[in-house]
Design a protein around this ligand. Structure first.
Ligand code: NDP
Length: 323
């Protein structure tokens, strides 16, 4: 007998139920993993609420680190006893133990602890594709990053700084501002500041070539106004609600802007992408360019409380759930 968090209907944090389950043995291509730390991600709240629909009843979460217990037929790249982590795959990482498709598992380097792995796999791979592929950040550029003291934010700001960019962060509190300044940001604005005029001041009136915006609905127009001609808005999340009904003339009248709405699954959809992303991510962590800290932890059985904290903007950096 083991336990998982399950939801039978969409809704608020209260739909997350601690549930007893019996796990079978892994089938072909599958692995049984015992979790040591589980990653908490804002995307989990979209799946819980039904903004990103999933089939119910369902487990939740796609990120965790742990130890391989047993493997199914045909699994070659991991063995019982291996330390592993993952950032993608079927819902269900909010569990003490689970069966996972082996192809999403990567072996953990010895120096990366389970809690650090669960803090960085999904957020780090996201930072990797946003900064290296969606837009290739260049040395000396000023870039704008919202939620700079959040889970993705602290990793992306440090990584962009290591690439030579000058990161302007946006956060909601003075405490988060200090944290963002210590983690790669050159300048940090409060969400109550006049963001557009501050960004223009910092960039000699030009605006930035790229805005990374995970806030969504509330910040759309400000983000567009911060861009220089032909700049790119990377709208990668919905923390304030989804962006709906963007009139393309808004892009034309601000000098031919671009907008993309990327998802991790489009950039990491096979083993080759996963290994390339992890190699780069692990190298950034090993060489000290990106320091991963666990901002806060919660008991796995208290996942509902963890969701409340995350959605109330009270968390800083990454959060983990501990089985
Ligand atoms: P965070 O730890 O960054 O938490 C979200 C942050 O968003 C908050 O801390 C808060 O920071 C900010 N925020 C702004 N407005 C609101 C609001 N109305 N309600 C709640 N929070 C708000 O979460 P994650 O690191 O897990 O994810 C960050 C973002 O990246 C999310 O939008 C997520 O969906 C997105 N994401 C997208 C991926 C993709 O591939 N497209 C993959 C992974 C994450 P502050 O208080 O400083 O404003």
């Amino acid at each position: 007998m083991t336990h998982m968090i399950q939801l039978k209907k969409f809704g608020g944090p209260e739909v997350l139920q601690w549930t007893d389950i019996e796990l079978g043995e892994p089938g072909p291509g599958e692995v049984r993993v015992i979790h040591k730390a589980v990653g908490l991600n804002f995307i989990d709240t979209y799946r819980r609420s039904g903004l990103y629909p999933i089939d119910l009843p369902s487990g939740l979460g796609t990120e965790a680190a742990g130890v391989v217990v047993s493997i199914g037929e045909g699994v070659k790249h991991v063995s019982p006893g291996d330390r592993v982590a993952y950032a993608m795959g079927p819902q269900g990482s909010y569990s003490e133990e689970r069966i996972m498709p082996a192809n999403w598992l990567v072996k953990l380097p010895d120096e990366i602890t389970y809690q650090i792995a669960a803090s960085m796999m999904l957020k780090g791979l996201t930072s990797w594709y946003l900064l290296r592929q969606t837009y290739s950040v260049q040395p000396g550029e000023w870039i704008l990053l919202y939620a700079a003291a959040g889970g993705v934010g602290l990793i992306a700001a440090q990584w962009a700084n290591a690439l030579g960019a000058n990161v302007i962060g946006v956060v909601s509190t003075e405490e988060k501002k200090q944290l963002a300044l210590q983690n790669g940001c050159e300048a940090v604005l409060l969400s109550t500041d006049d963001i557009v005029s501050e960004v223009k001041k910092l960039t000699n009136g030009e605006g930035v070539p790229v805005v990374y915006d995970p806030v969504g609905k509330d910040t759309l127009i400000t983000s567009l106004d911060c861009l220089r001609p032909r700049g790119l808005l990377v709208s990668f999340g919905n923390a304030s609600g989804p962006v709906e009904g963007l009139n393309l003339l808004e892009l034309a009248k601000r000098d031919s802007l671009y907008v993309t709405r990327p998802g991790l699954w489009s950039y990491v959809n096979d083993r080759k992408d996963l290994e390339a992303g992890c190699a780069d991510l692990f190298a950034q962590v090993n060489n000290g360019n990106v320091v991963i800290t666990v901002g806060q932890s919660f008991a796995l059985s208290d996942a509902a409380d963890a969701h409340r904290e995350l959605e109330s903007r009270r968390t800083k950096g990454s959060s983990v759930l501990l089985p």
